[in-house]
Design a protein around this ligand. Structure first.
Ligand SMILES: Nc1ncnc2c1ncn2[C@@H]1O[C@H](COP(=O)(O)OP(=O)(O)OP(=O)(O)O)[C@@H](O)[C@H]1O
Length: 268
């Protein structure tokens, strides 16, 4: 097997809150190969966002190590881009200038940055809206522009934290299909956090099911569905089997965390 691009070894993360220690992640181990699409699912509060933030170098690990191509992660880097649920578009800039922004920050001349941004807007089907402002776009269009903005800096790794959570069901499905198409064309490494199991199965090579807090890997499930995938794959029996398998794994964790909370409530 090829060397892993991302190596997570025995990572733990705790926070101090109101004088108490919250153990968010404990003993997380994971290797991700170049070009894989990996989703993370699990009960609310199991540390999914915390993990992505550590991978982006926005938050240090409490113990353990995270390495990308053998180099320890301790700050954000050019090879990574983070896509949040709420887009980070600047409302006073046009869509084109928003997409060009990261390139300008990297030192590209304005004209070159705009030309590259225009190419990306064409790829995401928003060329006609280049001179609009973010407030004039629908939710789905804004997220496409947001992704173009992340792609513009040509990251090798995309970290996506519930990017479609704020979209309605139909727009979300369109965006999933669109993300699949763009990923098939570029094969970037993607780490994708979601609460939607069908979204995780449809998009991913692997789905990582996390334990309830403190989070670690409960199951690492290879999604062996043919590629390229279209939305029609969601209506196959194999797809439903993956959903059932992952759902029952998450349900066990949710029940366990509810039991723990009830026990803590009874003893306090
Ligand atoms: N900055 C912080 N300070 C204190 N506690 C934090 C901080 N960030 C996260 N936590 C705690 O760490 C745990 C994990 O949080 P995190 O947001 O990573 O979970 P999550 O799996 O992404 O949850 P959700 O699915 O609800 O978004 C939670 O108990 C949360 O309250």
């Amino acid at each position: 097997m090829a060397d892993a691009q991302i190596d997570v070894r025995n990572v733990s993360k705790s926070f101090k809150r109101n004088g108490r220690t919250v153990q968010a992640i404990d003993g997380l181990n994971l290797s991700i190969q170049d070009g894989q699409f990996v989703s993370f699912v699990g009960a609310s509060g199991c540390g999914k966002s915390t993990f992505l933030r550590m991978l982006d170098g926005l938050s240090p690990t409490t113990s353990g190590s995270i390495e990308i191509n053998g180099a320890p992660v301790n700050r954000p880097g050019r090879e990574r881009a983070f896509v949040f649920q709420q887009d980070r578009m600047l409302p006073w800039r046009t869509v084109l200038d928003n997409v060009a922004f990261g390139l300008e920050v990297q030192g590209k001349k304005k004209k070159e940055a705009r030309a590259a941004a225009m190419e990306l807007l064409t790829v995401v089907g928003l060329a006609r809206f280049a001179n609009s402002h973010p407030g004039e776009l629908s939710g789905g269009m804004r997220q496409r522009a947001n992704l173009a903005r992340a792609y513009a800096v040509e990251p090798k790794i995309l970290l996506m934290d519930e990017p479609y959570a704020a979209l309605d069901g139909q727009t979300r499905e369109m965006m999933q299909a669109w993300l699949m198409e763009t990923w098939e064309a570029s094969k970037r490494t993607v780490l994708f956090v979601t609460h939607q199991i069908d979204e995780a199965v449809y998009l991913s090579d692997r789905v990582i099911v996390m334990t309830a807090r403190p989070g670690r890997v409960k199951a690492d499930i290879a999604i062996d569905l043919p590629r390229p995938r279209t939305l029609a794959v969601k209506r196959t029996p194999e797809f439903s089997q993956y959903i059932d398998q992952i759902w029952s794994l998450i349900e066990e964790e949710v029940k366990e965390s509810m039991n723990l909370e009830m026990q803590m409530g009874a003893s306090s």
